[in-house]
Design a protein around this ligand. Structure first.
Ligand code: NDP
Length: 251
């Protein structure tokens, strides 16, 4: 049994949908005060309402995670609202599929900014708080695509997700000076709205190819994030865990 994260203020970027929403709901169930971060207000508000209805504590702030001013404002708003930041889940990401022959330099930049630069920006914005508290936790949502596998149309995405793992190695060394850890979860194929574009038939064949025979649930990723956020993981930093139902195991 993990020590409860009751009242720990947790920022979840991309917390309005998919994996981020799963993280937000699981953390709120464990007693965390959750700040949902997204660009779209409707889904952010809906997720906050769901959490409150289930007895949790949550609010939302609209923010583009690729923009430094916007990220600083989000952290300040969280401080004003909840008084601290204990845990940062850097989860927001996009995964448009475009083959390199059709990919524009702007397409590349947009994915790198939203997925990789945003990770740096959100961690950087929290550093003064973690330093002052002499404590903090960062959990990054990476992927198996990029660090371990490839997929046509995802050269920019794979680079951004591998980049996150490179980032956490040095970040872990810098953050360790103030008792703050940073680790990554590497999901396989998780059932979220974001994957709907791939089509039902494709998703079914994807599930059949996974040793545990299903796509993952958002809670599978949230539970791994919860472990990294817990007191029990306080001596683990700069590491990553694959949560993929065994997807990367076959030849
Ligand atoms: P979804 O598309 O379901 O949700 C993405 C979330 O990120 C939304 O809340 C979205 O809200 C937010 N978001 C996107 N761009 C920005 C931005 N610029 N600023 C702020 N918020 C933003 O995606 P998933 O839940 O599937 O993916 C979440 C993370 O998990 C991503 O990093 C992804 O790479 C990773 N992942 C997902 C896998 C999967 O199978 N689903 C597999 C491996 C990794 P809004 O659009 O309103 O801004």
């Amino acid at each position: 049994m993990l020590t409860p994260i009751k009242n720990k203020v947790t920022i979840v970027t991309g917390g309005s949908k998919g994996i981020g929403k799963g993280i937000a709901k699981v953390f709120a169930k464990q007693g965390a005060k959750v700040m949902i971060v997204a660009r779209g207000e409707d889904s952010a508000k809906a997720t906050v309402n769901e959490i409150i209805k289930e007895g949790g504590i949550a609010d939302y702030v609209l923010c583009d995670v690729s923009d430094w001013d916007s990220v600083q404002a989000l952290v300040n708003t969280t401080l004003e609202k909840f008084g601290s930041v204990d845990i940062l889940c850097a989860n927001a990401g996009i995964f448009p599929q475009i083959k390199m022959s059709e990919m524009s330099p702007d397409d590349w930049d947009q994915v790198m900014s939203t997925n990789l630069k945003s990770t740096f920006l959100s961690v950087k914005a929290c550093i003064p708080i973690f330093e002052k508290q002499n404590k903090g936790r960062v959990i990054v949502t990476s992927s198996i695509t990029g660090p371990i596998t490839g997929y046509p149309g995802w050269s920019h995405y794979g680079a951004s997700k591998a980049g996150q793992l490179g980032f956490i190695k040095t970040a872990a060394m810098e953050l360790a000076g103030f008792n703050t850890t940073i680790n990554a979860v590497m999901p396989g194929n998780i059932a979220t709205e974001g994957l709907d574009d791939l089509g039902e038939e494709y998703l079914a064949s994807m599930a059949a190819s996974i040793p545990l025979k299903s796509l993952g649930a958002v809670e599978d990723i949230a539970n791994a994030a919860l472990f990294f956020a817990s007191d029990e993981a306080s001596y683990i930093t700069g590491q990553q865990i694959v949560v993929d139902g065994g997807q990367i195991l076959p030849e």
